[in-house]
Design a binder for this molecule. Structure first.
Ligand SMILES: [Mg+2]
Length: 179
């Protein structure tokens, strides 16, 4: 049984989903299935919109063969319409970090823990839940600062866990890339 700090430590940490390189960080790492958080991961909590670059990244990843299932603790009816607009399967009211929703979402797209990664903006739901079922977890900085009150309390705990850890730079601005 891994220690709780290991369960809460993201495998990768990026500032934005567009910094995840589809070939290198997903397909090249054997990660062909993605469970994708919605709020503040691909949709800004303040505007309710998917930023244009994020939408384009999703399109590129799907074209490249990555399978996505949305996985959200959101319980509002509009979450299903949102999934419909993106033409993506969804497991909502997920009660992350509890395992059942992760297993159900993985099953919807035919993933296994070894080839699936959860991408989200919260340690205590996205990262913890992914690790409990044995899959990898990529953490992102939240798209918008505005958050629910109970989330803001958790953010302080996340800051304590992440410490000085900084998001990885995007590939195209990485120095010394030509080995
Ligand atoms: Mg979120």
């Amino acid at each position: 049984m891994p220690a709780i700090m290991d369960l809460l430590t993201p495998d990768r940490y990026f500032s934005r989903i567009t910094d995840v390189d589809i070939e290198r960080d997903l397909l090249g790492a054997g990660l062909t299935h993605v469970l994708l958080d919605i709020d503040n991961t691909i949709r800004a909590r303040d505007t309710g919109q998917v930023p244009r670059d994020v939408g384009m990244w999703l399109g590129r990843a799907r074209t490249a063969g990555v399978a996505f299932c949305l996985l959200s603790n959101n319980w509002h009816k509009d979450i299903y319409r949102f999934a419909g607009e993106l033409s993506l399967p969804i497991v909502a009211k997920a009660m992350k970090p509890l395992p059942p929703s992760f297993l159900r979402a993985m099953g919807k797209i035919g993933g296994k823990p070894a080839d699936t990664v959860t991408i989200g903006d919260q340690l205590s739901t996205d990262v913890l839940g992914a690790h409990v079922v044995g899959m990898k977890a990529f953490m992102l900085q939240p798209l918008a600062e505005q958050d629910l009150h109970h989330t803001l309390v958790l953010r302080n705990i996340e800051r304590a866990i992440l410490g000085d850890r900084k998001p990885e730079p995007a590939v195209n601005v990485m120095e010394g890339e030509s080995l």
